[in-house]
Design a protein around this ligand. Structure first.
Ligand SMILES: Nc1nc(=O)c2c([nH]1)NC[C@@H]1CN(c3ccc(C(=O)N[C@@H](CCC(=O)O)C(=O)O)cc3)CN21
Ligand SMILES: CC(C)C(=O)C(=O)O
Ligand SMILES: [Mg+2]
Length: 264
């Protein structure tokens, strides 16, 4: 049975964790979906892991459409989420036009990075039939404003603001919240505060789901690895087995462990 946003809502209600992983092409999309990973993300991280840039900012709509169409052809029943790239949702009109392109390419929903300024955008998309994931915390498209890839929401004022933003974006129509690089206790508070399923990366084990970049969990990413990354290929014999082990570890909540988590 194909995974839908309702499937993810049911998981949250039952307290069953679900898994997500990036894919950028048809072959990996098929392997990832056949391994039982619930959500495939066409992440704008492709700008870093496929293209070799040091940020996600150079990624274009044309590239996201191309990779989304490749993933859609390989997918065997996972929910397909596509990142809207930098400045493709700067205005509500741009967001509608560009989200439509990603949905035509085969996405089932889109992901946008931002806070309360996205309320109108999310409302417009939601009203017109586009499910939205709101990405909060470390939002890589804001790296030049954030001053680096750093944990977000560490002080109480920033934590309160993030909780409020999550609630406001859910009220505007966001179907899923994604939290990146936030202290585990804050991620737990947000997961309780919203009805929408919450997916975490570097957000501890109390979110409803987990996501990783495919290249990171296969151990092929070059350079410094973030704390939240685990190499699942190291203890398995093949890429399909590594991906299956990841999906299982997320379901069992054995990943993320303490060493992958920011405590405060
Ligand atoms: N390969 C890859 N994996 C990712 O998870 C990822 C990308 N690319 N590209 C887009 C963003 C950038 N991401 C990053 C990149 C670096 C850190 C990092 O080095 N974090 C430090 C935390 C520093 C602090 O304590 O504030 C760490 O130790 O994990 C985190 C997220 C996550 N996303
Ligand atoms: C790291 C995940 C959440 C992402 O946005 C991406 O892969 O682009
Ligand atoms: Mg992204």
């Amino acid at each position: 049975m194909a995974v839908t946003i309702n499937t993810l809502r049911e998981y949250k209600q039952k307290g069953e964790a679900f898994s997500a992983l990036t894919s950028y092409d048809a072959t990996f999309a098929q392997v990832v979906s056949e391994a039982g990973v619930d959500v495939i993300l066409i992440g704008d991280s492709l700008g870093m892991v496929l293209q070799g840039h040091d940020s996600t900012l150079p990624v274009t709509m044309e590239q996201m459409i191309y990779h989304t169409s490749c993933v859609a052809r390989g997918n065997k029943g996972s929910l397909i989420m596509a990142d809207m790239p930098f400045m493709s949702y700067g205005t509500v009109t741009d967001a509608l036009d560009n989200a439509a392109e990603l949905m035509r390419a085969g996405a089932h929903m889109v992901k946008l990075e931002g806070t309360d300024w996205m309320k109108d955008t999310i409302e417009a998309l939601s009203e017109r039939g586009v499910p939205v994931c709101a990405h909060l915390g470390l939002t890589p498209q804001f790296v030049n404003k954030l001053g680096g890839y750093k944990v977000q929401g560490r002080d109480e004022k920033a934590a309160e603001a993030m909780i409020e933003h999550a609630c406001e974006l859910e009220a505007a129509g966001a179907d899923i919240i994604l939290l990146e690089c936030v202290p585990a206790p804050l991620a737990a508070r947000i997961t309780q505060a919203v009805k929408a399923p919450v997916i975490g990366i570097g957000a501890g084990s109390d979110t409803d789901g987990q996501v990783l970049v495919l290249h990171d969990m296969l151990g092929v990413t070059t350079g410094r690895k973030p704390r939240f990354v685990k190499n699942f290929l190291a203890d398995t014999g093949s890429i399909p087995e590594a991906i299956t082990a990841y999906a299982k570890a997320v379901k069992e909540r054995s990943f993320p462990a303490e060493e992958h988590t920011f405590k405060a």
